[in-house]
Design a protein around this ligand. Structure first.
Ligand code: NAD
Length: 368
């Protein structure tokens, strides 16, 4: 059987720097765990525009459709800010998400004990936090028609439409229930069924999918505004939260920040299963290309490394190896190793991007 395949799109700014550390870890898994991957690399974002005049070449798109998982670094930079909208670096990323039909966006909010002081919430509220927000990514109010700004009488009216079909709700609900089974077996679904018909349908369909296919998973429902309050009050009550595109956008950013630094946040976007049973998948850190620190060896590679851990778990069914990698990160942080973004007000000596990667590999070695 051939090795699982990965397409690396490191992108712009700190993308190639943080991805460099992931490549070392992929090599480690081949050498030390007999877990080899067929890795290919290509361009996305500004660097693709520079070479091809487009932020995502058709050949790259075709490769992305063909592999078991895409790992993306980051795209963008000030030199591309004045480009036409149609060729901006972010368009490359949007095209990947759209054409791969990545409808389920997974955003974990996990607080490593060593970084609990970084949260704006009290330490006991966030220490040990481990929740997953599943956001519907390809439908809802960001895509619904009609939309636009029209003239009505003597004023302008801005219009967006929240629209969800049953099947769109059902597939993201399934994705949340499947995840819950691999975690704490609890799903909380959030909408505004009290004021939105799309919310009423959302609640009905999630309940139907649950009762018919996942009765073993604990399901609860919450209005999204109450959910936002509960996330700040006592986030550890949640395991998996499933919600729509708009609410998910807000709730996942809020939940992510409970844990402190942008350099620590991974994400996954999953689509329908392919012929081999694996979902279409793209893994990427939440942060951008950080042009202010690019090329200086200062970037924190952990968000990108944890994104690869998600790939191990959700694309390659290697949950134990994903645990191993996450524990290696936890160990390094507990030992006090910090990139510059993780130094608190008390300061200290930061390690470089590649030193952080090397320390994590040393912790992986020690785990054997
Ligand atoms: P950003 O995430 O790039 O940076 C915000 C701040 O966080 C900066 O001070 C940066 O130095 C810091 N930071 C980010 N990642 C870090 C890391 N791994 N280690 C240490 N510090 C880190 O957001 P921005 O400055 O708003 O955007 C910069 C560029 O990135 C823009 O062109 C934007 O469009 C693009 N962007 C891309 C993505 C993506 O590729 N998914 C996401 C967001 C922004």
């Amino acid at each position: 059987m051939s090795n699982p395949s990965i397409l690396i799109l490191a992108g712009d700014g700190i993308g190639p720097e943080v991805m460099g550390e992931v490549k070392k870890i992929i090599t480690w898994y081949g050498d030390k765990r007999d877990l080899a991957f067929d890795v290919s690399e290509d361009l996305v974002g500004g660097c693709a525009y520079d070479k091809y005049g487009t932020p995502l070449h058709d050949d790259t798109m075709a490769k992305a459709q063909d592999v078991d998982a895409v790992l993306l670094g980051a795209v963008g930079g000030p030199q591309y800010d004045n480009l036409d909208f149609s060729v901006k670096p972010e368009r490359g990323l949007l095209r990947l998400r759209k054409e791969m039909d990545l409808f389920s966006n997974l955003r974990p909010a996990q607080c490593f004990d060593a970084l609990a002081d970084f949260s704006s919430l009290k330490k006991d509220v966030v220490a040990g936090l481990d929740i997953m927000i599943v956001r519907e990514l390809t439908s809802g109010i960001y895509f619904g028609e009609p939309r636009g700004i029209i003239e009505e009488g003597n004023e302008r009216v801005g219009i967006n439409t929240q629209r969800y079909t049953e099947s769109e709700i059902a597939r993201v609900a399934r994705s949340a229930f499947e995840l819950a089974r691999k975690r704490g077996n609890k799903v909380c679904s959030m909408e505004k069924a009290n004021v939105m018909e799309s919310g009423i349908l959302w609640r009905q369909v999630v309940t139907e999918v649950h009762d018919a296919e996942y009765p073993d998973v604990e399901l609860s429902h919450m209005y999204a505004d109450a959910g936002a309050m509960q996330l700040c009050r006592w986030p550890k009550q949640f395991d998996v939260i499933v919600t729509d595109n708009l609410f998910g956008d807000l709730l996942s950013d809020a939940a992510a920040m409970l844990t402190g630094s942008l350099g620590m946040l991974p994400s996954a976007s999953l689509g329908a299963p392919m012929e081999n049973g694996r979902p279409k998948a793209l893994y990427e850190p939440v942060h951008g290309s950080a042009p202010d620190i690019a090329g200086q060896g200062k970037a924190n590679p952990i968000a990108c490394i944890l994104s690869f851990a998600m790939a191990l778990r959700y694309s390659f069914d290697q949950g134990a190896e994903a645990d191993r990698l996450e524990q290696a990160v936890e160990k390094v942080l507990a030992d006090g190793v910090r990139t510059a973004d993780l130094l608190g007000p008390e300061g200290g000596v930061p390690v470089s991007t590649s030193e952080m990667g090397d320390k994590i590999i040393a912790a992986l070695d020690a785990s054997l």
